[in-house]
Structure formats: C-alpha cells, structure tokens
Design a protein around this ligand. Structure first.
Ligand code: AMP
Ligand code: MG
Length: 503
C-alpha cells in the first residue's frame, strides 16, 4: 500500500524539528503520510499545550495549520512515520499492533507530535485508521484535565473535525486529535523486538530511551550486578517501575479509571496515554468497570495497581535479553509495591491535609473508603466538601460539618470517622492544612456526562461548551464560580453512558 499523497505544498513554519525517533532506523517504523479529510474545521484548541510545543497562538488559528493538523499537508522539516509495536491485550499476547491510526510528525521543543485518526497505516489491520469526534473530544479534554491535575500524561494540542463520515455502529463524524508527549514509546515496543529476537534493535531502543529520559541509569548502583550492562538495564527497569507506580497511585487517589491497561497502552515514561473508555469515578465503587467491553472486569478501578505490576512483568520479560540476570530483573520489579504504597500514602496525606504521611493514616483512609463505598458517596464532591469544611473551620472553629455529613446515609459512621480524623490531626507535627487539601482535592474532574454534553453540542458544531470545560479543567483546583454546574452531582442519565473500545 503506497503512502498517500499530500494535496497541498508543505507548510513552512518556524519550528525546530528533531526527528530522533526517525533516526533509530527503519526497523522501528514505516515512513508514512496521513490521508486527507475534506473541509476540516477546528473543534478544540489548547493554548497552553501549543505554548509547550513552541507554537504561537496565531499559528493555531491559521487555515494552513488547520490543514496540516488534519493531515492534509505536511509541515516542512517533519518526518512522518508510523511505528511498530506489539503487546498483551486483556492478558493475552496480541502479536504485532503498531500505530494503526496515529502518525508521528516528529519532535519539536522536546515534544513528539502525533496525529491520531489521520488515516490507515501499514499497522491498521482491520481498522480504518480513523478516530471519531466523540472519542477525540474525550481524549482532548482528559489529556488537558490530567495535566491540570498534575498527573503525568500526554497532552492534546487540538481536535479538528471533518464532514467526512466514519462507520462505527452508526455513521459518525471523523476527527483528528493532535497529541504530544516527550515520547510515545510503549512497553509494547520492547515486547515487539524481544518477541522477534531482534536483540540489537531491542538494545538500540533501550539505549535511546535511557539516553534521552533516564541518563541516571548509566551510573546507577545496583546491588548484585556484575556486568555493567546488567546494571544499566536493571536500573532502567527499576526507574520505569517507579514512574509507573507513581502514576497509578495518582490515578487511584483522584479516582481515575483508565479502562484499557494493555501493555501497548503503557508509556515507557510513566505517562497516562491512549485515552479510550476512561472514567473519573462519580460514586465511590472500587469494583467500578468503566470499559463496557471489559466483561471480566480485568481493568476495574481497584485492579489498576495489580495490572500495572503485571504489565511491568511483561516489560521485564522483554528486557531479559539485555539484563540476563533474572534475579536483578525481579529485584527491580519487586520495588513496585513499596513505590506504589509510598506514592499512594503521599497522595492520601495531601488529600487529608496532612503535611507528612502519618502513622495510622492507612487505617483512617481504609475506614473512610469503606464508608464512601457503603453509601455510594460521590468521590470528588466528598473530598472537596471535606476540604471546604476544614477551611471554614480554620476561620470559624465552631462550624458544623453538615455539608460532609449530608453525603452519607450512615451519619453515625461518618461522625465517628470525623472524630478519628480530628484526633489524628492533633498528632501530626505540621498539623492540618486546608490550603493543601484545596490544592490536592480538585473541584472539577472530567465526569462522563460533562464530556457527553460537550460531544452532543460539538456534533451540532457548537464548540462553546468544550471550550468552557477546557478552561475549567485546566485549573481544576480553582473555584470558577461561574461554572458551578460542572462541579455538581452527575444527573441520573450519567449512569447509562456506555463507553467501549470502539472509537
Ligand atoms: P487502543 O487500545 O485503542 O489503543 O488500540 C489498539 C490497537 O488498535 C493500536 O495498535 C491501534 O493503533 C489500533 N487501532 C485502534 N483503532 C483503530 C482504527 N480505527 N484503525 C486502525 N487501527 C486502530
Ligand atoms: Mg493504544
């Protein structure tokens, strides 16, 4: 299949491209051009992501850029390609996958820029290479929302739409999401080259990632490592383990469910990537499954840490031709549990307003989560109300906690817990900080129904709600008094929204 032609001349734009991934050589990708879409229009744009990519806002408003970011013409200096990877999907080896609908333009200002939904590639398998408007809007908003929450993530520059349609269960609007990250390399890239016994490519890939993102591994001290290479690659596995543990701890603390934690969706940089059927919890339910296609609940909310660990094992397995000593690899992976627990303790301490992790804090948290679960309390609203109440109490110590209590049916249970909580705060050296709580418990998360409302409006070419949501979610810890509706309880129909892998 030939790479499609571009309908217009390459766009000249003042960006410094560093196409380092392309320099790895053609074992890693196929040079590939996007397939154009007719009459594109802007759906959403993130000024803050543009700034991070070194793009000025007027560029992001120009018709030339609209064409380029829909895949209708090249940008001068970019080196467009689709990369190959493999992976485990739902616990089963899935073989070769690859960028089936994403095209990498190259790297600028330290960010790789990808067009998602820009047409078929040699890795599209049965797919059409396209993305639909609804899933592109969800990924766009969630990427920027996660960034606003300070959770490691790929960013989203813009979404463009087209009147060309795409066949899913029904005919849908085609869209292209421009996303960016320092690298889109996944665990699955390593699995691919291990599985195909391409050990020199495996090593080149590991060296590339280490040099750019984990240079400290070159000099790390790893007990028991005799060969220098064992030491470097075991240190690499250890670092990826630490970053992944920290990322998943932040998901658990904020109530984020990814939905498709296949190894091809796990970033080697510990970034949240490939937003599909994700969901922020409304009511607290540890067993919540956000992916309608996940019949076994493999990726249920509370299973995410275990799954991350399982995925890291797959990565460890893939690195065995480089590490050689199984003990060293296992030792690197075994740090997951302590890393994860420590990261989660830190997150929960901040949510509780504790300046430092406190002995007995885990028990306090566990009791609270049981109460939240038993009464199906809204997770985000609970934490924000608790923070607000502590803030008010600082100013007026006699203030009663009705707003928190009213969330529960079992008021005795929460009264007891609040008493316990108050006792704990007396034991903490740096005391309780309402400001820390308000900076750690977001008022706004991208609830499913908010995304859905923005999608419905966008389907009628009204992009104002999307722009408002972006503005609020970029700063989710601020009050935004004009947008109280976005912080309200979800409507009854929100429970009926079904999101699956098909997008
Ligand atoms: P995901 O789990 O959505 O990240 O996708 C898994 C794999 O399927 C990746 O290799 C994607 O590139 C590929 N894929 C998903 N949707 C499509 C599509 N519409 N066309 C081509 N490839 C796709
Ligand atoms: Mg994917």
């Amino acid at each position: 299949m030939p790479s499609p032609q571009q309908p217009c001349a390459p766009l000249k734009i003042n960006l410094q491209w560093d196409n380092s991934f392309a320099a790895l050589g053609e074992a890693f990708f196929v040079p590939w051009n996007p397939t154009p879409l007719r009459s594109p229009y802007w759906v959403g744009r993130s000024a803050s992501a543009a700034q991070a990519a070194g793009l000025t806002l007027d560029w992001l408003e120009s018709p030339e850029m609209l064409n380029a970011l829909t895949g209708n013409c090249a940008i001068e200096g970019s080196h467009m390609l689709a990369s190959v990877y493999s992976g485990h999907q739902f616990g089963v080896w899935a073989g070769q996958l690859g960028d089936g609908r994403a095209i990498l333009l190259g790297e600028t200002a330290g960010q790789e820029i990808q067009l998602k939904g820009a047409g078929k590639t040699p890795f599209s398998r049965m797919g059409d290479g396209r993305a639909v408007l609804r899933s592109s809007i969800r990924e766009f908003l969630c990427s920027e929302a996660m960034h606003g929450l300070h959770i490691p993530t790929s960013r989203a520059l813009c979404v463009t739409g087209s009147d060309d349609s795409v066949q899913r269960e029904t005919l849908e609007t085609a869209a292209v999401l421009t996303r960016m990250a320092p690298s889109f390399i996944r665990f699955g890239h390593f699995e691919h080259f291990c599985q195909h016994d391409q050990h020199s490519e495996l090593r080149a890939l590991a060296d590339y990632v280490i040099e750019r993102f984990y240079p400290q591994c070159r000099t790390a001290a790893i007990p028991g490592a005799t060969r220098p290479t064992d030491r470097v690659y075991a240190a690499f596995l250890r670092e990826v383990t630490a970053r992944t543990a920290s990322m998943v701890a932040q998901w658990q603390a904020v109530g984020f469910c990814h939905g498709v934690m296949n190894t091809d969706n796990m970033s080697i940089l510990g970034l949240t990537i490939d937003y599909g059927p994700f969901q922020f919890l409304d009511q607290y339910d540890p067993g919540h499954i956000c992916n309608h296609s996940d019949h076994q609940g493999r990726y249920a909310f509370q299973r995410q840490p275990q799954v991350a660990y399982w995925n890291l094992y797959c990565l460890g397995q893939a690195l065995m031709p480089l590490i050689e000593s199984q003990e060293l690899a296992i030792a690197a992976l075994e740090t997951f549990k302590t890393d994860f627990d420590a990261a989660l303790d830190n997150c929960m301490a901040a949510k509780l307003g504790f300046g430092a992790v406190h002995k007995g804090q885990r028990e306090l948290v566990n009791t609270l989560l049981e109460l939240l679960h038993a009464d199906r309390v809204d997770y985000t609203i609970f934490w924000r109300r608790l923070s607000q109440w502590i803030k008010t109490r600082e100013i007026e110590p006699t203030t009663f906690d009705a707003t928190v209590r009213d969330l529960f049916i079992d008021t005795r249970g929460i009264d007891q817990w609040l008493l316990q909580y108050s006792e704990h705060t007396k034991l903490i050296p740096r005391g309780l900080s309402a400001d820390l709580m308000l900076a750690s418990n977001p008022k706004f998360v991208l609830r499913n129904h908010l995304g859905e409302l923005a999608i419905r409006a966008a389907k009628s070419k009204d992009f104002s709600l999307l722009a408002q949501l972006l503005q609020v979610l970029e700063r989710p810890f601020d009050e935004h008094p004009d947008f109280e509706d976005f912080a309200a309880f979800p409507p009854d129909w929100a429970g009926g929204i079904e999101i699956s892998c098909s997008s």
